[in-house]
Design a protein around this ligand. Structure first.
Ligand SMILES: C[S@@+](CC[C@H](N)C(=O)[O-])C[C@H]1O[C@@H](n2cnc3c(N)ncnc32)[C@H](O)[C@@H]1O
Length: 241
């Protein structure tokens, strides 16, 4: 009798779950999201390689092509949570000292959210990168060193209003650019994530004022149906004083 009642309740719940299409903030149903995750080879690969999320492969592709991370480099990872870019950066710049024959780099990871510890990275969690006080802490953490790469995968919370979202991500990009030009070595690189939008061209032109080589990059691991794109600046010219 109890078993029968349990089975009835279970079936009713399952029928209910099938009929309900939960919506997440981006407007994709949970079912669609789950199917996409299960079919995504990068999700599986990230698990196998112990990366905290699939985003690792975007930076990996960018670095494999453009060699912006080398042993001994100082890297600032903006919008680092949950931490896969920092995990990759640690390996590439050898900031955990894993290879004693190579120079040991530095990775500083900052995010508005908490970031769980990563061996070889200095974590600045619960800090808004755009807040001048957070940037003071970043500069203190640099202890007089200049960055070789400032990388940003930061994205604002989507409001659903496209123009506003674009404006917000562009504002984040400019705050990264401002910080990078003031705290980078000559020859350094910068990577910022943005969404393809009207302001992208202006940002590219502004980057050209400070970096000899500037280009848009869309890694294969960045979903083709996403407007996401990365702007890469290499060979920082330095600030004329
Ligand atoms: C797509 S996730 C980054 C994923 C990360 N690259 C990785 O591989 O694990 C974007 C992150 O940007 C952070 N973010 C957005 N605005 C920020 C801000 N103003 N300051 C610091 N972090 C910010 C968010 O909290 C979020 O964790």
């Amino acid at each position: 009798m109890v078993l029968l009642q349990f089975w009835r309740n279970f079936s009713t719940t399952m029928r209910h779950l099938k009929s309900v299409k939960l919506k997440n903030v981006k407007g994709t149903s949970s079912h669609e999201w789950l199917s996409r995750q299960l079919a995504d080879p990068y999700v599986e690969k990230a698990k196998m390689m112990n990366y905290r999320c699939r985003s690792a492969f975007k930076l990996l592709e960018i670095d494999d092509r453009f060699k912006i991370l080398r042993p001994g480099f100082v890297v600032i990872d903006c919008g680092a949570a949950p931490g896969s870019w920092s995990q990759l950066a640690v390996k590439r710049v050898n900031s955990d000292g894993f290879d004693p024959k190579q120079a040991q780099g530095v990775v500083i990871s900052i995010d508005k959210q908490q970031v769980f510890a990563i061996n070889g990275a200095t974590i600045l969690g619960n800090m808004d990168f755009t807040d001048p006080k957070s940037q003071d802490v970043l500069i203190e953490t640099l202890r007089g060193r200049k960055a070789d790469a400032v990388i940003s995968d930061m994205a604002p919370n989507a409001t659903g209003v496209k123009d506003l979202d674009n404006e917000n991500i562009i504002r984040l990009c400019y705050s990264v650019l401002r910080f990078a030009v003031q705290n980078s070595q000559v020859g350094a690189s910068v990577v910022v994530k943005l969404w393809q939008c009207g302001q992208a061209k202006q940002l590219e032109n502004d980057l050209r004022k400070f970096y000899d080589s500037v280009k848009f990059v869309k890694p294969n691991s960045s979903r083709s149906d996403s407007a996401e794109i990365f702007l890469l600046g290499r060979d920082f010219k330095g600030l004329k004083v």
